[in-house]
Design a protein around this ligand. Structure first.
Ligand code: ATP
Ligand code: MG
Length: 440
């Protein structure tokens, strides 16, 4: 992408309403634009990051056995009356009427709709287990939308729903998502800690929130320090191996970890002082097993091997990709701007042509731009006529992991400068060596 043709509205000053660093940096870096309270447009740079995040989410859902579909944002109130949640959900639900005065709503979650889809097609235990997921915008009329994308009213969610014949099957489905979540966040560079959590309006009795520790987090959390160093399962983990997955989940739930709603003070106080982490955290994912809470009232039944029909056992599993953009910036920034981990960076490399119009720097910049792009990297080429200082500041602000600085002085010696955004290190090397290093 040539910066001269990109849409990157970088701001010098942002509104005082932006209280936390991730919100400020997203506004300054031209990633988002507020359209109404808690409702944002994703500008091109923000959308690029969101797409990187959702690609990882999809890969890990698919690896764990999830199957993607797409349900609509607008739902019928009748569906929610069947489960009894239409009245229970309260003011967070945006209720609307169509031209025929039919009651509709903008979905805050999809348990009812997926149960309705399931019961329309699935009759037999032979079709189970099943895990269906989608990535879709949700609306919740939050009392206090704040912190930008972190607590929006309209936000993106990956929500998965599992269906099993019995508790044992449902437990395996839960464990699949548990391990998939550990991997998903780790691939983005985030350490998430599964914590015993309250089930809220979703309901159920087994639930973990995946928490990323951050000073600006809205949740108060308590956990054992060892979780910060537990190894995350690698890509070879076998999701069909029930005992193996249960072993991983047992290990990751063996020590104390709870959100404030589920905090057991005496148990936490009994930990050795050095093992206690009492901190704030951001909830990036939340998984639930709720058995037959929806399948019973909504009559989603399957016939078992004995021919007897029973309500199906369900779980649901949410990740907040838009909230994750904020969580990532909270974790990765410095005074100059964002420090994207490569896996979620909007671009992998930025080329800064420090003297546009000079045939030497133009040629070297164009050449590297072509070659890096051909190797499959996302490259932002700063071909604008801005001052060098402004180019440095913008590149640092938007946080592309590698910068290649191309100026006439070093180029006279056949060199360009490669800068690593995360640690600030720089090295002079030939364009060919820079290309080799970035594509190795
Ligand atoms: P919170 O406790 O933060 O209000 P929740 O428990 O109501 O969230 P869930 O129903 O568990 O949320 O939703 C699943 C995931 O969706 C959350 O873990 C979070 O990542 C994301 N999410 C929920 N609410 C919001 C929001 N208002 N803005 C952005 N992401 C959200
Ligand atoms: Mg939650």
């Amino acid at each position: 992408m040539r910066l001269s043709r990109f849409f990157l509205p970088i701001l010098r000053d942002v509104s005082k309403d932006a209280e936390i660093v991730s919100h400020r940096l997203m506004l300054r870096a031209g990633m988002i634009r507020q359209e109404a309270s808690g409702i944002y447009a994703l500008l091109p740079l923000g959308l690029r990051v969101l797409n990187k995040i959702t690609a990882i989410v999809r890969e890990e859902q698919n690896r764990a056995g999830g199957i993607e579909l797409l349900m609509p944002t607008i739902q019928s109130a009748d569906l929610w009356r069947e489960s009894g949640r239409y009245d229970a959900y309260g003011k967070e639900m945006l209720r609307i009427k169509d031209r025929h005065e039919r009651e509709m709503l903008f979905g805050p979650t999809n348990e009812e709709m997926i149960t309705e889809i399931f019961r329309s097609y699935v009759r037999s235990y032979k079709d189970l287990p099943l895990n269906l997921y989608h990535l879709q915008w949700k609306f919740r009329d939050e009392v206090r939308p704040r912190f930008g994308l972190m607590r929006g009213r309209e936000f993106l969610m990956k929500d998965a729903y599992s269906f099993d014949v019995d508790y044992e099957g449902a437990r395996h489905s839960y464990n699949r998502m548990f391990v998939a979540y550990l991997r998903t966040f780790a691939r983005m560079g985030l350490r998430s800690i599964p914590m015993v959590a309250d089930t809220g309006p979703i309901g159920g009795n087994l639930s973990h929130e995946f928490i990323v520790l951050a000073e600006t987090g809205e949740s108060e959390v308590f956990c054992h320090r060892d979780y910060l160093d537990f190894p995350v399962p690698d890509a070879s983990v076998n999701f069909e191996d029930r005992a193996g997955l249960q072993g991983i989940v047992d290990k990751w739930t063996s020590l104390y970890a709870a959100t404030s709603e589920k905090h057991d003070k005496p148990a936490f106080d009994a930990l050795p002082e050095a093992s206690k982490v009492s901190a704030r955290g951001i909830e990036v994912g939340h998984i639930f097993y709720f058995g037959t809470k929806y399948s019973e009232p909504m009559k989603a039944v399957v016939a078992g091997s004995d021919g007897v029909e029973k309500p199906v056992h369900m779980g649901s599993y949410g990740i907040g990709p838009t909230r994750l953009i904020g969580a990532l910036i909270e974790a990765f920034h410095d005074d100059a701007g964002i420090l994207w981990p490569d896996a979620v960076a909007p671009f992998n490399v930025a080329i800064l042509n420090l003297k546009v119009g000079d045939s030497g720097t133009d040629g070297a910049s164009e050449g590297l731009y072509r070659d890096l792009t051909a190797k499959g990297l996302d490259v932002l080429y700063d071909d604008t006529d801005n001052r060098a200082g402004a180019k440095f500041a913008s590149a640092d602000l938007i946080g592309v992991p590698w910068q290649i600085l191309i100026g006439p002085k070093s180029l006279a010696e056949g060199k360009v400068e490669l800068k690593c955004r995360a640690d600030g290190s720089r090295e002079l090397l030939s364009p060919a060596a820079a290309l080799a290093k970035l594509t190795q």
